[in-house]
Design a protein around this ligand. Structure first.
Ligand code: F6P
Length: 362
């Protein structure tokens, strides 16, 4: 007879829209297979307490109509709790691992689905001795889209939509007042979010960490623009030698000094919110299905990934080695990874052809 499985699922790291869709699709698909799903609360924090913080998920726990809502219904963790990240910082890795193991022994899970970003997946890989016999299947999520070996991460498309909608609103008031808005995008050291939203909005300029820019060239570009209003998107990861403060403020100061009328605007965490858009929900359904199939096929230490039109699994070992950050040879002090915007990214040329200032590098 087919053995009933007990699987766990948890969301770690920063939240984003799409997490609830993944959880709902996993729980539903598991039920159809005759398996039980347990949601671990607050990511690995929930495994560092006794008894472990976990709830059984059924169709009523996360109804389908709520699966589109942003945030994680399982929570993503508390700032000061004991989890992988804080344990490393506080030198309490042994204690954390002991509690994690005790919790896993108590929960008696057959498999665990970890929905996380670069940090959580790398930590899970380095901590594989503690997870031992548990089947670990990861699903990539982040608005930064800075994870290697996958063409998309859960939450990215919705974040692009959120940032685009934010800029669309500003565009109207910008036109009324003949002024420029410098909008600061999230994304850490990675420019995918700013680049995609900038092209969607029709920004007049997009500054991302991966591409060198000349601030005077940007100012001239804005001065010579066919309109006296618009949006300039800057990634939070850009730097300007000799300047400090928030990147949008740095750029704003230069524009104002050149006589342009401008304001800075910060969408901040609204980029991680918003109802999950259809493409993220479809990706969530595909990744959930892939993760359940991986469990069925006895795969472990794998991550679901989108490669062109196909969803498949890649090993965590390959993921970790592909994503290593290194110093950018062209921009001193900048860390880069092959998951970041590459100089061959086709959208860069599209942006240039739209008359968007995107930096100096060809
Ligand atoms: O990694 C996701 C992200 O939203 C980044 O884009 C941003 O820099 C960071 O997290 C913000 O983190 P916090 O929510 O801790 O302020």
């Amino acid at each position: 007879m087919k053995k009933t499985k007990k699987i766990g699922i948890m969301t770690t790291g920063g939240d984003c829209s799409g997490l609830n869709t993944v959880i709902q699709r996993v729980a539903y698909g598991a039920r159809l297979r005759g398996w039980e799903t347990w949601g671990i609360l607050d990511g690995t924090d929930g495994l560092s307490v006794t008894p472990p913080a976990a709830i059984k998920i059924d169709d009523l726990t996360l109804p389908i109509e709520n699966a589109r809502l942003a945030g994680s219904f399982l929570h993503n963790g508390r700032a000061h709790a004991l989890n992988f990240e804080t344990a490393v910082h506080r030198g309490k890795v042994d204690l954390f691992n002991k509690r994690l193991r005790e919790s896993l022994d108590q929960l008696k899970l057959d498999a665990l689905i970890l929905i996380g970003g670069n940090g959580s997946l790398s930590l899970a890989w380095s901590n594989r001795k503690t997870y031992r016999d548990l089947q670990l299947v990861c699903i990539p999520k982040t608005i930064d889209m800075d994870m290697p070996l996958t063409d998309r991460t859960i939450g990215f498309d919705t974040a692009v939509q959120q940032l685009t909608s934010f800029c669309d609103q500003l565009m109207l008031t910008a036109r009324s007042h003949h002024r420029w808005f410098v909008v600061q995008a999230m994304g850490r050291d990675c420019g995918h979010l700013a680049l995609n939203a900038g092209v969607a909005v029709g920004a007049r300029a997009i500054l991302i960490p991966e591409i060198k820019f000349d601030i005077n060239a940007l100012v001239n570009h804005i001065k010579n623009a066919p309109t006296d209003y618009g949006v300039i998107i800057v990634s939070e990861g850009i730097t300007m030698r000799g300047h400090s403060g928030r990147p949008a403020d740095m750029v704003l100061r230069k524009l104002t000094a050149a006589g342009l009328i401008a304001r800075a605007a910060f969408p901040e965490h609204t980029q991680r919110a918003g109802d999950t858009i259809a493409s993220d929900r479809i990706l969530a359904a595909r990744f959930a299905d892939c993760a359940l199939n991986a469990i069925e096929n006895n795969e472990t230490y794998v991550m679901t990934a989108l490669d062109g039109d196909n969803v498949h699994t890649v090993t965590l070992a390959d993921f970790v080695s592909a994503g290593e950050e290194m110093h950018d040879p062209k921009i001193p002090d900048l860390m880069t990874s092959n998951a970041y915007v590459s100089p061959d990214e086709p959208l860069l040329n599209v942006a240039r052809d739209m008359g968007i200032y995107i930096g100096e590098q060809k």
